[in-house]
Each structure stands twice: as C-alpha cells, then as structure tokens.
Write a protein that binds this ligand. Structure first.
Ligand code: PLP
Length: 403
C-alpha cells in the first residue's frame, strides 16, 4: 500500500504457518454480520450458544468456559495470574518459546517458578517434573501441549499423574492442539485449559478460549491477595460471561461471530474426523518431504505435533530465500524457526481450514521447483508421488471444509 488512502486490498495467501490459518468463507461471512451491543439481549443469549459450543470442543461440562478477549498469550496470562500469589511455587515445563513464555509470565507474579527444561525437539520428561516438585508445595504444573516453536507434542496423561502426586493443578496451553489433536478436558482432568482462535479452530486471531474447573474456582475463592491483572481477573470477567452478563469490558463482537461459525464448522465435521484429517495431512507432508531428501526436526514420530511440522532446512539451502520465493511466486506462507532455530528449520502449519490434501500437494510441488532452481539434487516428482500414495492408502475423512 503506497498511499494510505488506497482501498484495503490484502493479498490472498495460503497460510501454511503455525498461525494464523486460513479461514473459511463461512467465517468471513459471519464477521460481516451487523454489530449489536455487547449487552443487547440478543447478543447475551448468543454468548450462551458460543459457550456451549466451546464446552463441546473442549469436551467439558465446566461452567467457566468462554473466549478471553485477547490472543493466545492472553490465555497464558489469565491461567497463570489467576492461580499464583506471591510466595507460591509452580513448575513450568519448558521445551520451546511458548512454554518459556508461560514461565516468564509466571515469574512476574512474584511466585517461585521451577523451570523443568527439555532439549528443543523433545518433550519434557515427567520424571524430571516429579524430581523438581518433590518435598515442595506446588500450585500447578504448566506445559504447552503442542510446543509450536519446535513441533513437539507432550503426553498429557503422564503430566496429570505427576501433578496428582504433587497435589498440584494442571495448566495446559492447547493453543496449537485444540481441534487438531485430542484434548479432552474432563476425561484428562485438565484444571485450566486455554487455546487460540487462529490455529486449528480457524477463526481470526484475537481470542483465547479458556475453560476452568471447580478446583480452580475453589482456588480463586481462597486467594489471600487480589489478582494482579484487572483485565484478566476471572472472578470479574465472569460477571459478564457468567449469569449476570454485567459489563466488564467491551468484547470483540465480530470476532465472537466468527468464532461461533468456526466452532459450528468444527462440530459439523466432528472432532475425531478433524484429528484424523490433521494426522493424515501431516503424514502425507512428511512422506513427501522425506522422499525429497528433507528430514524432520522432531526425530521420534510419537513426539510430533500433527498441526505444526518442524522441517530441517537442507544443507546449503538459504531457508529465508525459499520462504520468500514461496510467498512471492506461489502466495504460500510458511514460517521460519524462532530464536536459535531461526536459520535451521521451517515450520509448516497444516491447521484447520489450511489442513487440506490439495494444500499439501501444492506446497510440495512449489518447494520442489524452488529447491531444484537452487541446485538441490532431488528426484523430480518423488515428493508429490509419496504424498499422493499416502493419501491413496488411507480412508479419506469427510471433506467438511470445502463449503
Ligand atoms: C503454543 C502456543 N502458545 C501460545 C501462543 C501465543 O499466542 P498468540 O500469538 O496468539 O498470543 C502461541 C502462538 O503461536 C502458541 O503456539
């Protein structure tokens, strides 16, 4: 845009990033519906529907379930500042940028935070968490279920077990997993679970759905000090999202419309079908990349996050140049690594509306052309063939997305 008075005309990109994902035309249509006031009786009734759909997606009966008016980082902040008081102790499993962010937010509360690290590309070992908590009064164990910076999935069951042994709550960042990977809040006994709208839910960025159980509600009632954040104080935000519907702050009404439509799409497809679609598309992507001689950063397939694949940039290839050619020549956006992985990996998101078979093939085809142009030795067509073969050998999931 050269003249600030020019009409808004963003390019139409295929976003295969760790977020935001592309959104369906249905979601765009929902966002253009007429605004109403945030305490309009029609809207306050509509809010109940959104909360009910969120409960179905989180698979919970938790009363305190609603979208926070903030991006995924607001979810981190809400979970952490509502639980911690100065002098408390908590454990945060740190295996990448986003779990590190949880630790950083927690440290700012004046609580003592025990960081339990794992090398990038691996999940934290629950045994290390057990050791770190032994003999201490730990308020919560927190982790990123999907660590988007490295493409690693953690096994929630083993952390729940350790948290139980320590008498601690379990706080789960499901920003990169909800809808793409099984997250079952009640069955897995997650005490606070939050997500983001811009990933597998496939609504625009800007909201963080959260759900909080009765144990956390008790802990809020028993606090000795005021929650340090006014904006993220669950006890007062619930004056609006709870029964009273009393003003707390003005929520992003159009984003809530979009979230509602995106959740309807998720539930029309079905959670299990969605998890399977995400799994199949990642398996095909990896088969294609490996056939091109490109390896995956997370070595152990069981540790791979199906929504975000961290890909090792082949030796001698300038990763940033590849990304800029994908964008400029093909309108495809993929992400680079964060921090020390900046020049070492690409991160490919296949989430929500972006997670479609055709997109896997498009990316592989474009990548092959670019890498051949850059002089990489690879066998033309091998990547596409491997991905297409993978698709041919699995039962296709219903294509609920193409509407
Ligand atoms: C696992 C995880 N947690 C938290 C965040 C932060 O979300 P946001 O950028 O929407 O604030 C992200 C963003 O990518 C994420 O992947």
């Amino acid at each position: 845009m050269s003249d600030p008075m020019d009409e808004l005309r963003p390019p139409t990109r295929l976003m295969l990033t760790p977020g935001p994902s592309c959104v369906s035309p249905r979601v765009y249509r929902a966002m253009s519906a007429p605004l109403v006031g945030h305490v309009d009786p029609w809207f306050t009734e509509f809010m109940s529907g959104v909360q009910e759909l969120l409960r179905r997606v989180f698979q919970t009966g938790n009363h305190m379930t609603f979208p926070i008016s903030a991006s995924g980082s607001g979810g981190i902040e809400t979970a952490v500042v509502n639980l911690l008081e100065p002098g408390d102790e908590a454990i945060v499993c740190v295996n990448g940028t986003f779990s590190d962010r949880m630790a950083e937010v927690a440290e700012r509360t004046g609580a003592k935070i025990h960081r339990v690290p794992a090398p990038f590309g691996r999940a934290v070992d629950p045994e290390d968490v057990r050791r770190a908590g032994q003999g201490r009064k730990i308020k919560f164990v927190g982790l990123a279920h999907g660590e988007t910076s490295t493409g690693v999935l953690s096994n929630l069951g083993s952390f729940r077990m350790v948290a139980d042994e320590l008498g601690a709550l379990l706080v789960v960042d499901s920003v990169a997993t909800l809808v793409g990977v099984p997250v079952e809040v009640d069955r897995q006994r997650i005490d606070i679970c939050f997500s983001g709208t811009q990933k597998a839910i496939s609504a625009p960025p800007g909201m963080s759905p959260i759900t909080v159980n009765a144990r956390v509600e008790d802990s809020l009632r028993n606090r000795k000090t005021k929650i340090q954040s006014w904006y993220f104080d669950l006890t007062t935000v619930m004056d609006y999202w709870g029964k009273g519907r009393a003003y707390h702050h003005t929520p992003p009404i159009s984003l809530i419309y979009a979230l509602h439509e995106a959740l309807r799409m998720v539930l029309e497809e079905g959670l299990e079908a969605s998890w399977e679609r995400h799994r199949q598309n990642q398996v095909a992507l990896i088969a294609g990349l490996e056939a091109m001689g490109i390896s995956i950063f997370v070595r152990n397939p069981a540790d791979r996050l199906t929504t975000v694949t961290a890909v090792n940039i082949p030796n001698g290839i300038d990763g940033a140049k590849v990304r800029s050619r994908l964008l400029n020549d093909y309108n495809i956006e993929v992400a680079g690594g964060l921090g020390e992985l900046k020049t070492k990996i690409w991160r490919v998101g296949l989430m929500g509306y972006s997670s479609q078979r055709g997109n896997v093939l498009l990316l592989l085809g474009a990548l092959e052309r670019i890498l051949l142009d850059m002089g990489m030795k690879l066998s033309p067509g091998a990547g596409l063939a491997a991905a297409a073969n993978t698709f041919a050998n699995v039962e296709p999931v219903p294509a609920g997305l193409e509407k």
